[in-house]
Design a protein around this ligand. Structure first.
Ligand SMILES: Cc1cc2nc3c(=O)[nH]c(=O)nc-3n(C[C@H](O)[C@H](O)[C@H](O)COP(=O)(O)OP(=O)(O)OC[C@H]3O[C@@H](n4cnc5c(N)ncnc54)[C@H](O)[C@@H]3O)c2cc1C
Length: 430
């Protein structure tokens, strides 16, 4: 059934109006997060290399101020490489507050240390990367409009948008890029005028806990990941040290502030934090923030494409959201410049992330096994078994580092061999 408001463009016989973007054509991008900015930067830079000047307009409805909590701010590998070698901008070293050399994985009273062997992550301000990439886009001539898009219309030969800015005129573009994250209102707008369907999501609640800078200086450069055995609504929680505070976040299908409070009172979590945290007055807690669990449906079509979280094209449960946002933004721009802006042309964009789509069943199975092991108290024993076995330890490192797909991890390690080792570990330790 056709979606109301979505008109399939007419195609003149001599020229394909949905072919590669041409000199002087306009791309309108909704959202100035890492996906929108990366798309804009590539449209400008690659467009120029191809001898075309594309008008690129980003609408961004939010001020990225210091109190805005949008994410934790872990810049995990291979983001350095993605920015420098693919997008073509320097990695923002000036924004790095701390380097991370590994993880402590906790469950109940068990804890193991996973050293990332040179695969460093960096911790920065939670919205610094957005500000940085948006400034790079502006330097290249991208027009950034500080307002929210409130209306989208598709016409046979263009797409028009209107924003919340008082007195601002609606704008017309040749293609629309949805880079609005999982913003529910904007997804609704998009779903009303295209066949797009927003991805299913889980949620995370984040808090920022101030700490004495001297205490933070002595704190090890490790993230603490918790797989709680007693809190059913929490799939995992993370304590991330920064320069002057900790970020603590919990994730699950329906986590709330209350879940976070209960998480903070777990003895193993208290041990990783300073003793007097509850007395601090300027603790900020976010509302539940969505994280996509799977790809969106109809995430591209004639004259529109979605990127980053909006597309859901990211490795499930791996937490490399910023890197995926940059990669999808870049690839969508490349396909619009080289192949076209039709449903058919944009399939090439989607297909280049097929390894992510194929990995979903594996990711889902790993998630279900983890939730099961947490619920039935098997996770602490699994961690103790891994502490004694290098192969199991390597598997955990691969799961956390996010450099391999779940499918690769499972086939490299040999699932039968792994299960036997894990079961042996359980029998020895019980
Ligand atoms: C709690 C939490 C912690 C996380 N921590 C990390 C982490 O440490 N490291 C990591 O790599 N990833 C992390 N992620 C994931 C990461 O934040 C996302 O994957 C990434 O931000 C996706 O980028 P994006 O550009 O697709 O969307 P977003 O970053 O969500 O950007 C979308 C932008 O669109 C704007 N927008 C929406 N609607 C409109 C509209 N109608 N008009 C104009 N503008 C609009 C929004 O204001 C927003 O700025 C975390 C996610 C959560 C929820």
């Amino acid at each position: 059934m056709a979606t109301p408001g979505y008109i399939r463009p007419n195609r003149p016989r001599d020229k394909d109006p949905l072919g590669p973007l041409e000199d002087g054509q306009t791309a309108i991008i909704i959202g100035g997060g890492p996906a929108g900015s990366s798309c804009a930067i590539t449209l400008k830079m690659m467009g120029r290399q191809l001898g075309r000047d594309i008008n690129v307009i980003i609408y961004e409805g939010r001020k990225f101020d210091d109190d805005c909590i949008k994410r934790v701010g872990v810049l995990a590998p291979p983001l350095t490489q993605t920015l420098e070698e693919i997008i073509g901008v320097p990695f923002p070293c000036q924004e790095v507050e701390r380097k991370v050399v590994g993880y402590y994985l906790h469950s109940g009273d068990a804890k193991i240390r996973l050293h990332m062997a040179g695969k460093l992550s960096f911790v920065g301000h939670n919205v610094a990367i957005d500000r940085y990439l948006l400034s790079k886009a502006k330097e290249l001539g991208v027009r950034v409009i500080p307002g929210r898009i409130e209306s989208i219309k598709f016409h046979p030969d263009c797409v028009t948008v209107e924003s919340s800015l008082k007195g601002a005129k609606g704008l017309k573009g040749d293609v629309l890029v949805g880079a609005f994250g999982l913003d529910a209102e904007t997804a609704y707008l998009m779903e009303n005028v295209t066949p797009y369907k927003s991805p299913r999501a889980m949620f995370s609640v984040v808090t920022r806990i101030p700490a004495d800078p001297e205490y933070m200086k002595k704190y090890e450069d490790y993230l603490h990941v918790f797989l709680p055995t007693t809190l059913e609504d929490i799939e995992f929680g993370v304590v991330t040290p920064k320069l002057t505070h900790f970020f603590v976040n919990v994730a699950g299908p329906a986590v709330t502030r209350d879940s976070l409070e209960r998480f903070l009172s777990l003895p193993e979590v208290r041990e990783t934090l300073p003793a007097n945290i509850s007395e601090e007055s300027d603790v900020i807690v976010s509302r539940p923030l969505p994280i996509p669990l799977e790809p969106a449906q109809n995430s591209f079509g004639d004259r529109y494409v979605t990127v980053g979280d909006t597309s859901g094209l990211l490795r499930a449960y791996k937490g490399n959201g910023i890197n995926s946002a940059c990669l999808t933004g870049h690839k969508a721009a490349e396909v619009m410049l080289r192949v076209g802006i039709s449903l058919h042309a944009l399939r090439e964009y989607h297909n280049s992330f097929s390894h992510i789509v194929r990995d979903l069943p594996y990711g889902r199975a790993v998630r279900q096994m983890t939730v099961f092991a947490e619920k039935y108290g098997m996770m602490p024993e699994a961690l103790r078994a891994a502490a004694k076995d290098r192969a199991l330890l390597d598997v955990l490192i691969d799961f956390l580092s996010g450099t391999k797909t779940y499918r690769e991890i499972v086939s490299d390690a040999g699932i039968t061999k792994l299960s036997v080792k894990f079961l042996k570990g359980l029998t020895i330790s019980t």
